[in-house]
Ligand binder design. Structure first.
Ligand code: IPE
Ligand code: IPE
Ligand code: MG
Length: 248
């Protein structure tokens, strides 16, 4: 297929039967992108929203049933207040503007993270987005906001401990499956492919439990530049991998 093709359909050199069922992305490099344009870091965040919207549509067009995006980590509160405020307002505005269209496109929206620490106006939009789209049959779109994997694992432990204390959980029945049911991501299969943009070779407290056997793909492309062509390259790389899951 030529570079001029719009990539609206699955590129012919991708094997439909070997597509990941769930892609997770660490959307990194927004600030660097903004600075490179000679603009503020936050301009990169705004541009990054368009990139995410197109990736969501691309997954839908190409038949990938689940996408999870890391939008804000529990560590990101340590950024300058103006940047944090900008991001919270951005998330709220995007949800308000895009919900009707995503709903019409059958997207099922879910947020994971410690949501009760987010600004109340954003929490309201999240509740509305999840409730409006919960019965939709299209792509599962998960947004990790105020998400930290260690926090998630600790709250799962607390929730299980409560269950043991009130008699609803027998300690003997605690296994990986039950543990997974107490994570924010319960009900969504683990990611097959993790993509991190902007070159950093780290997980940054993202889905530590769920990524146990994910294939990891890191690209130097900054998140705002991660287009369909870049995603196509990531999928081609993924399809070359030999997933062994500990076997031979
Ligand atoms: C990722 O881009 C977006 C968030 C963490 C919210 P960054 O803001 O981390 O961009 P860089 O890594 O500083 O370039
Ligand atoms: C990870 O990016 C978090 C998100 C993309 C939301 P960071 O930019 O916060 O990660 P570090 O600081 O480089 O590890
Ligand atoms: Mg970063």
């Amino acid at each position: 297929m030529s570079k001029t093709d719009s990539l609206l359909e699955l590129p012919t050199n991708l094997d439909r039967s070997k597509l990941p069922r769930h892609v997770a992305v660490i959307m990194d490099g927004n600030g660097r992108w903004g600075k490179k344009q000679g603009l503020a870091r936050v301009v990169g965040h705004r541009q990054g929203v368009d990139t995410l919207k197109d990736l969501l549509r691309c997954c839908r067009d190409w038949g990938i049933p689940a996408l999870t995006a890391y939008a804000f980590s529990t560590e990101n509160w340590g950024r300058p207040l103006e940047e944090v405020d900008f991001l919270m307002a951005l998330f709220e505005g995007v949800l308000r503007r895009e919900l009707a269209e995503m709903n019409a496109e059958q997207v099922r929206i879910k947020f994971v993270g410690k949501l009760d620490a987010l600004p109340p106006a954003l929490q309201d939009e999240i509740i509305k987005a999840e409730a409006t789209t919960s019965k939709n049959q299209g792509i599962q779109f998960t947004i990790a906001t105020n998400y930290g994997s260690r926090q998630e694992i600790v709250q799962a432990c607390k929730s299980i401990a409560e269950g043991v204390k009130n008699g609803s959980i027998d300690p003997a029945e605690i296994d990986e499956k039950l543990f997974g049911q107490h994570l924010y991501t319960h009900g969504t299969p683990d990611p097959d492919l993790l993509i991190r943009t902007s070159g950093e070779m780290r997980i940054s407290n993202f889905l530590l439990w769920q990524l146990a056997y994910a294939e990891i793909y890191v690209t130097d492309t900054l998140w705002p530049n991660f287009d369909r062509q870049a995603f196509h390259e990531a999928l081609l790389d993924y399809q070359q991998r030999h997933r062994r899951f500990g076997k031979v």
